[in-house]
Design a binder for this molecule. Sequence first.
Ligand SMILES: Cc1cc2nc3c(=O)[nH]c(=O)nc-3n(C[C@H](O)[C@H](O)[C@H](O)COP(=O)(O)OP(=O)(O)OC[C@H]3O[C@@H](n4cnc5c(N)ncnc54)[C@H](O)[C@@H]3O)c2cc1C
Ligand code: HEM
Length: 410
Amino acid sequence: MLKPETIEIIKSTVPVLEVHGKAITTRFYEKLFESHPELLNLFNHGNQKQGRQQTALANAVYAAAVHIDRLHEIMPAVKGIAHKHRSLGVTPEQYPIVGENLLGAISEVLGDAATPEILGAWEEAYSVIAAAFIGVETEMADEALHQPGSWAGFRKFTVRRKTAESGNITSFYLVPEDGGPLAAFEPGQYVTVQMSIPGREHLVNRQYSLSDRPGQPYYRISVKKEAGTDTRVEGVASTYLHEAVREGDTLLLSAPAGDFTLNRSVDTPVVLLSAGVGLTPLMSMLRTIRAEQPARSVAFIHSAADGRLHAMKDAVKDEGTASAAETCLRTHICYTQPTEEDKAAGAFHSEGRLTAEKLKEIMAESGEHADYYICGPVSFMRDMIGYLQESGVPAASVHYEFFGPSLNLQ
Ligand SMILES: Cc1cc2nc3c(=O)[nH]c(=O)nc-3n(C[C@H](O)[C@H](O)[C@H](O)COP(=O)(O)OP(=O)(O)OC[C@H]3O[C@@H](n4cnc5c(N)ncnc54)[C@H](O)[C@@H]3O)c2cc1C
Ligand code: HEM
């Protein structure tokens, strides 16, 4: 337990550290990779370039520091991060390395302002925060290993089938090379795919949501090709998966993880809201609800640019016709830029961005007590969460997943 004086120092210095946040975290990563270049195999270099990861890690340390005397209050957030760490194979031995380099960066950036007293307090606080993470991660790893079909680290999977879902999304059906059983997972969870890409010096790790329902003899991931345009750089992993990985090839996967999961123990109405490739975890939820809780009311609201980029449209339609409980499923497809062909085919319900009015109509049909699951680009999620908040939906009923380092949108 930390002494009250130490807690006082930590709380009073967090604002100072936040002011220098970017400088500290940038220096932290430089120092981390200089002293431990093997860690370049673990981190996502794209996230580093865009600064999102710097912000995520440092903010988490500062947020934990503010709550240092009541860490239990931020345990849900700790668990979410712990899922990501576990999926990537972060080990307890790596915590002191991160701590040492973070402390070193704080000391360098603050200069004389970083007194021995302040540095000592932060060292103590970091070890308390690290212990909380290590405790949760060890517990999760133990629990996972008791589950039939689960595994530690990365397991070899064969690409059994590779199939296009739209103009830029491709599904990969993956079966374990060892022929053993597959761990169950919760709809909404993801795996980390670890790739050794020819011409790249370091391993590439990326998360992909499982896009089919649990209980199948395979795991399915569905990947959007992040195409290079004038303003965007070609995505490393997604381009490799689309262009180089073929049926019969091997991919390395960590066991399913993640806390963006469908609550299957209740039968409250569910509204699934996605844009673009954000539909993947929600497809798993939709397929699960339709198979296991066919009488549960579910609305599938999806926004795509146009018909060519609209993935899994037939699969969603099939869910509507496959069972007698058809009326429990409502779909709303919104195209932001429909083509003349889309218009002629009547392939969508509304045109343009999904508005607050549209969402309100859907909410009225789903009743007041629905649970909302949201996934898509940050701007889409921000809009949807904003609309729901304005409509008085309790924060506890709104669940969302980022396809990158998390941000706080509520
Ligand atoms: C929990 C979770 C679940 C996910 N599920 C899915 C899923 O089901 N399907 C899916 O397709 N993806 C999913 N993702 C995203 C996925 O993990 C990858 O981030 C995605 O495939 C892009 O990786 P990449 O290596 O191709 O792109 P990266 O090389 O990592 O680049 C990412 C993006 O940043 C841009 N970029 C890169 N460098 C720069 C730069 N210097 N300046 C400006 N822009 C730059 C690229 O254009 C690209 O759009 C998920 C992510 C998370 C965290
Ligand atoms: C108490 C210490 C730590 C805190 C507070 C912390 C916090 C975070 C946060 C907030 C994220 C982003 C989660 C998200 O994607 O939403 C993250 C991701 C990550 N963390 Fe940590 N972390 C800590 C320790 C470590 C350690 C010891 C390692 C291993 C060296 C590590 C490696 C990673 C990696 C590889 C990612 C994914 C980043 C990416 O995609 O590039 N973290 N961490």
